[in-house]
Design a protein around this ligand. Structure first.
Ligand SMILES: Cc1ncc(COP(=O)(O)O)c(C=O)c1O
Length: 389
C-alpha cells in the first residue's frame, strides 16, 4: 500500500536480539525482560516497571493490583470515571472486576476527556479516574491528577497510545498511581506483543509481579511487604498469595524491547516532523478538525474529523482514500457506548455524549510512522482537498 496505517520499525538490531535469545535456550521471561524493565523505568524516571504480554494485560494487571492493596483497595461496585473514546481493553478489566463506569464526553479538539465535567462526574462512590491520552496527544493529566489527589481517588493512566508524549516537561504515563503502555505492532515501539505497567509504589509493583505470574511469590524478593516467609522451603517455592493470571512476556519480546527503546527518541522526533508537515497542511483548513496538541504529542497517527458544520459525505471521502491507496480507520474504537459489549456493563453517562459521536460518525485516522512521510502526506492532502470541495 502507498500509505499504510502501520509500518514495521525493526532493523537488524531487533533480529539479532531475537537470535541471541534463541542461542541461550531460555525463551520464557528472564534477564532480557528484567533489563528491559530497568531501562524502561529509567527512561520514564519512575521507580518500578513490570513487563507483561500486552497493553491489555497491563490494564488488567493494574486494575487487579488495586483490588489487592492492603489499604484502601478498590471494591466491587466502586465507580470509575472514564472517557467515552478509548480502546475496548481500557474498559473491559473494569467491567470484569465489577466496577461501575461513569462515561464523560471528550473535547472535540483534543479527543481527550473533557475535564470541565469531572466535578459533575464525581459521586460519593467514585474511587478512580482512568486517564487516556488519545493517539499520542496528552490528556489533561495534570488536571486529573490534581483532581484525584483532592478527592482521594486513584489515577490509572492508560498510556497505550501515547508513549513518549510530554506534558509540562513530564512524560505521559507517569502521572498515575499506575500507568500502562502497549508495545503492539504499529505502536511507538513494538515487541510483537507486549506491554508495561509503571509505578512508584513498591506494594503495587509486587502485586503486579504476583498477578502477572499465577498469583505466585516466585518473582518477589524475600523482604516483600506482601507476605511473610515461613520456614518450609518445600511449600514456599509454590506459594500463591493473590488470584493471578499468566501475563508473562516472552524473553524475545524483552530483548527486542531493549533495542526499540534505544531508538524511541529518534522515532518520536521523526513522528513529530511529520506532525509539523501535517499541521501545516491541514491546521488552518476549516473543512477539517485536527487534534489540538496539549503539551507535546508523540503523534501515534493523524486523526481528522470532517467539520460537522459542512456538508461533506464521509463515505465519499473514504472511497477517495481507498482509490488513492491510503489506509484509514475509525478513531481508536469510536464512541465505546455504541459497541455491542456495552450491554454487559454497569454504567452511567455524565451529561451528554456529543463529541465522541461526532468523532465516531465524521472522523477517521491515517497512519504516522517514524520516517519521512512527505510524499504520503502530499497525496493525502491533494485527495482530501479535491473530494471535499
Ligand atoms: C488506549 C489503549 N489501551 C489499551 C490497548 C491495548 O494494547 P494491546 O494491543 O497491546 O493489548 C490499546 C491498543 O491499541 C489502546 O489503544
Amino acid at each position: 500500500m502507498f500509505y499504510d496505517l502501520a509500518a514495521n520499525t525493526w532493523g537488524q538490531e531487533e533480529i539479532d536480539a531475537i537470535q541471541r535469545v534463541i542461542t541461550t535456550d531460555r525463551f520464557t521471561m528472564g534477564d532480557n525482560v528484567a533489563q528491559m524493565e530497568r531501562r524502561f523505568a529509567d527512561y520514564f524516571g519512575v521507580k518500578h516497571a513490570v513487563m507483561v504480554n500486552s497493553g491489555s494485560s497491563a490494564n488488567l494487571a493494574a486494575v487487579a493490583a488495586l483490588f489487592y492493596k492492603q489499604e484502601r483497595p478498590l471494591q466491587r461496585g466502586d465507580e470509575v470515571i472514564v472517557p467515552a473514546i478509548s480502546w475496548s481493553t481500557t474498559y473491559h478489566p473494569l467491567q470484569q472486576y465489577g466496577l461501575k463506569l461513569r462515561f464523560v464526553d471528550v473535547a472535540l479538539d483534543t479527543l481527550n476527556i473533557d475535564t470541565d465535567q469531572l466535578e459533575a462526574a464525581l459521586t460519593p462512590a467514585t474511587r478512580m479516574i482512568v486517564a487516556v491520552s488519545i493517539l499520542g496527544n496528552p490528556a489533561a493529566l495534570d488536571v486529573m491528577r490534581a483532581f484525584a489527589d483532592k478527592h482521594g481517588l486513584y489515577l490509572l493512566e492508560d498510556n497505550c497510545e501515547s508513549m513518549d508524549a510530554e506534558l509540562a516537561g513530564r512524560k505521559a504515563g507517569t502521572f498515575g498511581h499506575l500507568n500502562t503502555f502497549s508495545f503492539f505492532f504499529s505502536h511507538h515501539i513494538s515487541t510483537m506483543e507486549g506491554g508495561m505497567v509503571v509505578t512508584d509504589d513498591l506494594e503495587l509493583c509486587h502485586l503486579l509481579k504476583a498477578i502477572r505470574a499465577h498469583g505466585w511469590t516466585r518473582d518477589l524478593p524475600p523482604d516483600s511487604p506482601l507476605f511473610e516467609r515461613r520456614g518450609e522451603d518445600f511449600f514456599e517455592a509454590y506459594r500463591f498469595i493473590v488470584p493471578g493470571y499468566n501475563l508473562r512476556p516472552l524473553e524475545m519480546s524483552g530483548a527486542v524491547g531493549i533495542e526499540q527503546l534505544k531508538k524511541l527518541p529518534e522515532f518520536t522526533a521523526r513522528r513529530r516532523q511529520n506532525l509539523a508537515l501535517f499541521t501545516h497542511m491541514f491546521g488552518k483548513d476549516e473543512r477539517f478538525i485536527i487534534q489540538r496538541e496539549n503539551g507535546k504529542s508523540s503523534c501515534f497517527c493523524f486523526p481528522i474529523i470532517l467539520n460537522p458544520a459542512m456538508d461533506i459525505d464521509r463515505a465519499h471521502v473514504m472511497q477517495a482514500l481507498k482509490d488513492a491507496d491510503i489506509g484509514y480507520r475509525i478513531i481508536t474504537g469510536g464512541n465505546f457506548l455504541r459497541h455491542d459489549c456495552i450491554k454487559y456493563y454497569d454504567y452511567t453517562i455524565v451529561g451528554e455524549i456529543r463529541n465522541a459521536d461526532i468523532a465516531h460518525d465524521r472522523g477517521f485516522f491515517v497512519g504516522n510512522h517514524p520516517f519521512d512521510l512527505t510524499p504520503q502526506l502530499e497525496r493525502l492532502h491533494s485527495v482530501l482537498d479535491q473530494v471535499c470541495r
